[in-house]
Design a protein around this ligand. Structure first.
Ligand SMILES: [Zn+2]
Ligand SMILES: [Zn+2]
Length: 80
């Protein structure tokens, strides 16, 4: 099992930070209060937090595996 930790803090986005009013993954309009995030692997616009998970699993499996591998290596080095 591999669990990924998302940043725990919430940062309200200001209107001018946001180019779109809808999720770039599911294309639904954001509610007045939505949890959103961006993708760290590509330049896709903001998505629902849930959608970002699906997006990353669908589109960035290889990047994800690389990233997980890097962290494992780092952890090993920390113990040496
Ligand atoms: Zn969405
Ligand atoms: Zn992406």
């Amino acid at each position: 099992m591999q669990l990924l930790w998302r940043e725990p803090w919430l940062k309200p986005l200001i209107d001018y930070d946001i180019d779109s009013e809808s999720c770039s993954f599911c294309k639904k309009k954001f509610n007045s209060l939505s949890f959103v995030t961006s993708c760290e692997f590509c330049q896709i616009e903001i998505m629902h937090d849930k959608c970002a998970n699906s997006h990353i699993l669908e589109r960035h499996m290889s990047e994800l595996k690389t990233k997980i591998g890097q962290h494992k290596e780092k952890a090993l080095h920390d113990f040496q």
